[in-house]
Ligand binder design. Sequence first.
Ligand code: AMP
Length: 397
Amino acid sequence: MNYNKKTVKDIDVKGKKVLLRCDFNVPQDKATGAITDGKRIVAALPTIQYLLEQGAAVIACSHLGKPKGEWKQSLSLAPVAARLGELLGKDVIFAKDIVGEDAKAKAAALQPGQIMLLENLRFDIGEEKNHPEFAKALADLAEIYVSDAFGTVHRAHASTAGVAAYLPAVSGFLIGKELEIMGSALANPKRPLVAILGGAKVSSKIGVINNLLDIADTIIVGGGMTYTFIKAMGGSVGTSLLESDWLDYCKEMLAKAKEKGVRFLLPVDTLCAAEFSADAKPELVDTMHIPDGRMGMDIGPKTIEAYTDAVKDAGTVIWNGPMGVFEFPAFAEGTRAVAKALAATSAVTIVGGGDSAAAVSQLGFADQMTHISTGGGASLEFLEGKELPGVACLLDR
Ligand code: AMP
């Protein structure tokens, strides 16, 4: 996979109509529809402002929620247009449709330095199905395509990939940064490369473990996926999360680590509990011998020490997935300690999206990481080394 892609800086946008795919999939209040967190809109500003300053006419577009091809007023992007206008301090022209008469007329009249927003892309079934007619109709509105919605690059939708068949395609600053930092961490990492993998299940991380075993120097495992590995090694796991169908896979991965000379660290001690609850009393046990009726909930202090030590002299650390049930304060220490260790190291530190990003923010370490990926599913597929349609479609540098 080539991550070296052209960005808005590599293309002349002056006087051009630019179709900009943003991620305006913002959380909304169920009752009122009000935007409850505008972070994604704020994150889109640098690319938008750059394009406007360069004299482009910007036709922004995004999906919101899952309307599945149906027109749903509650999922209209109109409130996003209003918020974007406030943030930019300028009028954001809103089209009442996507590629219909209103959008076409407004796009045709749009002047350099002006911005408009199309209605929710997923109101048209052609978006998620990547219908060529829909992609072509989107492309017909503009002369250049700029992709900046990293959260959807793993999907081959009309606005994330299909449209690139008809227009010169480059990334905005958000995707540009993801590619630069995560791309070089995978393709040309500063070594040693340490990958920390946690979260609930082995089954959701199989591709990541397999790919990183080819690249990393050390792999550190925590979270619920620990216990399938422990069982595969002959340990007893009590009532811990266990995916019996993946025991052979875990054995294979342990053998692969040995064969490749990758250091593979599993927790040596575990905080367990009699039940999955915030009030459960933590009990410290040896991870290989979790008693009957007890479930592993977090890594223990000896493990924290070993993991902290392993990232100290790393060149690059990639982290995806919490070390324990961090939502319960009594079982958040392992995740907090790993976040702290990442904050303290001079390594390039990359946090995969989704739960690990939420954990790092919740625990107050967000601004001490080199990069927190904005895509959950997208960053997982990135770490799996998969070809991402929304990246592959961009022009190579
Ligand atoms: P993922 O989405 O796969 O990254 O998983 C994140 C979830 O894994 C979080 O909600 C954690 O509470 C959960 N988790 C982490 N460790 C454990 C564990 N030992 N047992 C059960 N769930 C866990």
